[in-house]
Write a protein that binds this ligand. Structure first.
Ligand code: NAD
Ligand code: IPM
Ligand code: MN
Length: 368
């Protein structure tokens, strides 16, 4: 049996809490003889700043490069509000994405049947929802230069962020979206703002050309990103795969999260290019460190556990184990187990650790 090398980076706030539940699931797969994992743990974000003065040490970066997959919790929090911009907790995550070349961020938003009532939207709008946002993750305004604040002669300050995309960057993320759509309902919507932004013009042009040349069997629709945000709330089930840039993808995926009931439900996979049959990858929940609920056993660990399911599928080739884990999540929810974020008013909620335990019990029950 192959050994899968994992680097676990719990991070800050609820990061370590939800990462703890993933460790339980990994331990179960090992005990059950389904897979073998070699897990190392390191610091990232504020925790790394406190220990090393930087949000990601060189040693942690080297370990990330050597791992088959990185499992990441969340970073950030008010404690580090005063640290210099270049060393803020979030910079650790951005460096991992950039230096590991993780350009393709898959953010599936699935509304579990048992949670149709937990969404802020009406049941009929979200029931059966199954969409994937494909977010470009290593380009755009997150990384474009210049990125600076300068003081002008009259004493005012001027801040600049730069949105940059090349055809190559657009083509490779669009190809990921088209390939994924072919395995699903064969529909891609591409969101940009070509009415305002030059990057939007190039984005639309490049996606259209790639579609005509290599993916004309896949349905393609172009949508302006602001309209897309509205459509996601008006009628989310019209979409299958939604491809967009780094910033729009960040925002649209938080919108999509609420269609599933909670930000605590959304997993993600950040993937690099395939080289010699393998690819670098990092798996993380879409949510942040949730300082408002950290340390209280209130966080929903499903986004993080769902991210592990994506790692089993995309990095370790353990497709059956991934299905098993997702089925265990479905059954746990169907049995009525809820953390506070997905519990309706007056419904009993369990804590983070109890939710993790319940999912492991369901895995165990399925195994019999
Ligand atoms: P957040 O995602 O941390 O929290 C937003 C809201 O959702 C909060 O009310 C929180 O309690 C709730 N929430 C989030 N995850 C939850 C879960 N698993 N279970 C239950 N409720 C959950 O966003 P924020 O408050 O805007 O940001 C807090 C910090 O996290 C900031 O420093 C931000 O930069 C950082 N952040 C990090 C990541 C990451 O590490 N990938 C992602 C987003 C935000
Ligand atoms: C996310 C987060 C990050 C982003 C932050 C923490 C850098 O919001 O992964 O969605 O903006 O990409
Ligand atoms: Mn975000």
């Amino acid at each position: 049996m192959a050994t899968h090398k994992i680097l676990l980076l719990p991070g800050d706030g609820i990061g370590p809490e939800v990462a703890g539940e993933v460790s339980k699931v990994l331990a179960w797969f090992t005990r059950a003889g389904i897979a073998r994992f070699e897990t190392e743990t390191d610091l990232v974000g504020g925790a790394a700043i406190d220990a090393h003065g930087v949000p990601l040490s060189e040693a942690a970066m080297d370990r990330a490069k050597a791992a088959d997959a990185v499992l990441f919790g969340a970073v950030g929090g008010p404690k580090w509000a005063g640290v210099p911009y270049a060393k803020r907790p979030e910079a650790g995550l951005l460096r991992l994405r950039k230096d590991l070349g993780l350009f393709a961020n898959l953010r599936p938003a699935i509304c579990y049947p048992a949670l149709a009532e937990a969404s802020a939207l009406k049941r009929e709008l979200v029931e059966g929802l199954d969409i994937v946002i494909v977010r470009e993750l290593t380009g755009g305004v997150y990384f474009g230069e210049p990125k600076e604040i300068v003081t002008l002669e009259d004493g005012q300050k001027r801040a600049v962020d730069t949105q940059v995309y090349t055809t190559g960057e657009i083509e490779r993320i669009a190809a990921v979206a088209f390939d994924l759509a072919r395995k699903r309902r064969n529909k891609v919507a591409s969101a940009e703002k070509h009415n305002v932004m030059k990057t939007g013009v190039l984005w639309k042009e490049t996606v259209t050309k790639l579609h005509a040349e290599q993916y004309s069997d896949v349905g393609l629709e172009h949508v302006l990103a602001d309209n897309c945000a509205m459509q996601l709330v008006r009628n989310p089930k019209q979409y299958d795969v939604l491809v967009t840039d780094n910033l729009f993808g960040d925002i649209l995926s938080d919108v999509a999260a609420m269609l599933t009931g909670s930000l605590g439900m959304l997993p993600s996979a950040s993937l690099g290019a395939i080289e010699n049959g393998t690819r670098r990858a990092l798996y993380e929940p879409v949510h942040g460190s949730a300082p408002d609920i950290a340390g209280q056993n209130l966080a929903n660990p499903i986004a993080m556990i769902g991210s592990l399911a994506m790692a089993l599928r995309y990095s370790f080739g353990l497709l059956e184990a991934a299905d098993q884990l997702e089925a265990a999540i479905t059954r746990t929810l169907a049995a009525g187990t809820r953390t506070r974020d997905i519990a309706g008013p007056g419904t009993n909620a369990v804590g983070t650790t109890e939710m993790g335990d319940a999912i492991v019990r369901e895995l165990q029950a399925q195994g019999r």
